[in-house]
Design a protein. Structure first.
Length: 497
């Protein structure tokens, strides 16, 4: 009974006092992103490529919870947004390398009522992104990839003479009878070890959103304290994945490690030069003028709208009243938020309930905000750099083979997983809860197995470039809820009520 009372009190306290968006990664994590959907960074991933340990893959996902059937225009990338990937390679918290993505939208059939049509009115099915078979693509997007050395200002267009097409939403099997082929056509080899993809995809994030936002109303047999059986299971779900069946817009870039390190070389994990700090962001021009019937006009310098390094920081650590400031400012200025790291409110709540947590100041959380062991074993006290929300990746740690990867990543002994970078398979919900609890200090003293019972992605994972799955079908997609199929760890695969 005492344990039950603790569980209920813990769940209630987490709901009331931890910023709710902790449990939705960056899906609407700040007021500004709730009002600017297309500039909302939902998730940021950085990891050593599974197929080539000499490369790093970045994934920038934007525009959350896209309903696949929501035509007629679906969800194109925003022409007025600059999508950005940043790399710090000298431990000062200031990006040294940037990759910028800009999109251009073409309306090829302006009299057509929808962006995509096929197998109708003499229009053939959409089987290609260009040329024959693309006639039904009225709304079509191309994009550019530019690499910038932020020290010298040198800018390099990486398209390599190719026209890059973004993969559109999956309208359905009549319009797009072989969507996998369209998806594959959107994968581009740009030479020199560089690959790129952009398009609408299945959202790789996974979580039981509905249960949490109903005042932490988890199924009684699941969370928020997981049983040993559920906690040890990396391949089944015991609660519904609320993001299942939804899409997101994704930009994926794979580049050689030698393009990212400070000296252009590959380093062993023990060398601090192997560690890079990364984040994804979106930006808009300072001024936008809407002057119908003329096209919108934008001018002035780009202003950052949103950013994400670690999936934990803005959601679980930064107070609600500071979230917009955090979104628009740069990582190198994050010392203004240091008190949120050192004295986290959520940990104090847990402690007041009798849950063992480390004492303040919580320097253990600085592993997410500074360069230090164990992610950077070669970093000494003088290498920590400023407090900065960067997703740090040790490029010298080889990728864990597919099939041996653990959802709890670094804290479970899978050193290639979050918070050493982040892979799609990493269960950042459970990892983040346990970081707040203090597992990075001592997994025995501060090791309650907190979680939601959603341990994997319902649609599965893509274990090769671009490491994201094709978009869910607008005609046939389904979502998962209590009492419905989709929980493979439960009897009959039915999710608990």
């Amino acid at each position: 009974m005492k344990k039950l009372k603790l569980l209920v009190a813990l769940a209630t306290a987490l709901f009331m006092l931890v910023p709710c968006s902790l449990f939705a990664s960056s899906h609407r994590e700040a007021p500004i992103t709730a009002l600017d959907r297309s500039a909302d960074v939902t998730d940021w991933y950085a990891f050593v490529s599974y197929q080539n340990p000499n490369n790093v893959t970045f994934i920038l996902n934007v525009d959350p919870l896209l309903e696949p059937s929501n035509g007629p225009n679906y969800f194109p990338f925003d022409n007025s947004v600059q999508y950005e990937m940043f790399v710090d390679n000298n431990q000062d918290g200031i990006p040294d390398i940037a990759f910028f993505f800009r999109f251009n939208t073409e309306i090829r059939q302006p009299d057509l009522f929808t962006g995509f049509v096929g197998n109708l009115a003499g229009v053939p099915p959409i089987t290609s992104l260009s040329g024959t078979g693309s006639e039904g693509l009225s709304l079509r997007q191309t994009y550019t990839v530019t690499m910038v050395n932020l020290h010298t200002g040198k800018s390099t267009l990486l398209n390599n003479g190719k026209t890059l097409f973004a993969v559109p939403s999956n309208v359905g099997p009549k319009t797009m009878p072989d969507y996998q082929s369209l998806f594959n056509q959107g994968i581009y080899d740009l030479g020199n070890g560089i690959c790129v993809f952009a398009g609408t995809v299945d959202d790789p994030f996974f979580i039981d959103l509905g249960a949490f936002f109903d005042s932490v109303n988890f199924p009684s047999t699941v969370g928020p304290i997981l049983s040993p059986t559920i906690d040890a299971d990396n391949t089944h779900n015991y609660a519904p994945d609320a993001v299942a069946g939804f899409n997101v817009n994704s930009i994926v870039l794979e580049v050689p490690i030698t393009m990212l390190t400070v000296d252009g070389k590959i380093h062993p994990a023990s060398d601090k030069q192997a560690v890079i700090g990364t984040y994804g962001a979106t930006a808009r021009h300072h001024i936008t003028v809407r002057n119908s019937p003329n096209p919108d006009g934008s001018s002035g310098a780009f202003q950052q709208v949103n950013r994400e390094g670690n999936s934990l920081i803005n959601e679980a650590v930064i107070g609600t009243g500071f979230k917009d400031r955090f979104s628009e400012d740069f990582p190198a200025n994050d010392s203004q938020f240091a008190n949120f790291f050192l004295n986290p409110v959520a940990a104090a709540v847990l402690h007041s309930l009798g849950v063992p947590v480390p004492p303040n100041p919580r320097t253990d959380l600085l592993i997410l905000a500074q360069y230090e062991p164990p992610i950077c074993p070669g970093c000494g006290p003088g290498d920590a750099g400023p407090v900065a929300d960067l997703l740090r990746l040790n490029t010298g740690i080889p990728p864990t083979p597919v099939g041996s990867q653990l959802r709890l990543g670094f804290i479970a002994g899978d050193n290639a997983g979050y918070p050493n970078g982040r892979r799609p398979i990493d269960d950042v919900f459970d990892i983040s809860l346990r970081a707040i609890e203090g597992i990075l200090v001592d997994s025995t003293k501060f090791g309650l197995p907190l979680g939601d019972g959603v341990n994997t992605k319902t649609e599965g994972f893509n274990n090769s470039f671009p490491y994201v799955m094709p978009a869910n079908s607008g005609r046939n997609s389904v979502h998962i809820g209590p009492g419905q199929a989709g929980c493979t760890g439960q009897p009959g695969g039915i999710c608990p009520e």
